[in-house]
Design a protein around this ligand. Structure first.
Ligand SMILES: *Cc1c(COP(=O)(O)O)cnc(C)c1O
Length: 295
């Protein structure tokens, strides 16, 4: 059976800023779904794994950077649901905590230089051409199966929210959630925080994947680009984590929460707004920047 019970409660975050602006912030704890198949990564993998099973595939092949939450999630999910698994890692051979965990879950790692890494179907062909049991899963698990899984988050909401915020890498998660909002004709406004620079293509892609549904795209919170950070962001993460007991990371959820605090302080929301942030999980972003935090 390929399934995980979804445990993703919604918690309210309290802060004097919110009371002074008359808004409420809630956080949907997708990070609690599983310690390693964390957050949106389970939602994205679910229908992909079901498809692999249906096609009687036995070996998952997927892709990611050396600190990829997706690689770790895929490694753990493969172990849990009886697949073997290869992770093709971008860049030179390295060791780090994330890859150690991947290996412990039984993932076989292949390192490919940045140039070769661009063409993932070619790499799949190169290493698994004659293997009928191998199953290709794109980097981050993007694609329509992943979006369907993410849209199910909306079915779990039992209270109304005026705004829903989500961080975007490939944008699949945001597109899935947006189509869930649309499917249910909810009045909730979707907000997307791209974590990379020059993300206009991402905006277009989310529009395409979600049939032109409307959303707000806040492209000024990338902090210099993907996995780029600053002392301001790291300090925000320290404050947030130490005052809420909720771990956020510099790559995705730190930028997400920072944007919401910033917009609240700039009076972006009318009073009595109820804002929901999706905690998409991920600790590898913290591990990957261990040496950037100063205490
Ligand atoms: C992978 C990841 C995302 C990005 O999801 P996309 O569907 O690629 O936009 C967001 N947050 C966390 C914590 C992630 O690990």
């Amino acid at each position: 059976m390929i399934d995980l019970p979804i445990y993703s409660p919604i918690e309210e975050i309290f802060n004097p800023l919110f009371s002074s602006k008359g808004v409420q912030l809630f956080i949907k704890r997708d990070d609690m779904i599983h310690p390693f198949i964390s957050g949106n990564k389970w939602r994205k993998l679910k229908y992909i794994l079901l498809e692999a099973k249906k096609l009687q595939k036995k070996h998952l092949v997927t892709f990611g950077g050396a600190h990829s939450n997706h690689l770790l999630a895929a490694a753990c999910a493969a172990a849990k649901f009886g697949f073997s698994c290869t992770g093709i890692v971008r860049g030179e051979n390295v060791e780090n905590e994330t890859l150690l965990l991947c290996r412990l879950f039984g993932m076989h790692l292949i390192f490919e230089d940045r140039e070769s890494y661009r063409d993932k179907p070619a790499l799949f062909k190169k290493h698994f051409n004659n293997d009928p049991e191998a199953f290709f899963i794109d980097e981050g698990g993007s694609g329509p199966f992943a979006a369907t899984g993410c849209s199910e988050l909306i079915d779990e909401l039992t209270e109304p929210y005026d705004h829903l915020f989500c961080a975007a890498g490939t944008g699949t998660t945001a597109a899935g959630i947006l189509s869930g909002i649309n499917r249910k004709s909810m009045a909730t406004k979707m907000h997307v925080i791209p974590v990379l620079k020059g993300s206009d293509f991402l905006k277009q892609e989310i529009e395409n994947l979600s049939n032109g549904a409307s959303f707000e795209f806040h492209s000024e919170y990338h902090f210099g680009g993907y996995a780029k950070t600053s002392d301001e962001l790291l300090n925000f993460i320290k404050d947030f984590t130490s005052s809420t007991g909720i771990l956020i990371d510099p790559v995705y959820t730190g930028k997400l929460l920072y944007s919401i605090y910033d917009l609240i302080s700039k009076d972006y929301f009318v009073r009595e707004s109820r804002i929901l942030a999706v905690h998409t999980g991920g600790i590898t972003g913290v591990l990957g920047m261990a040496d950037r935090f100063k205490f």
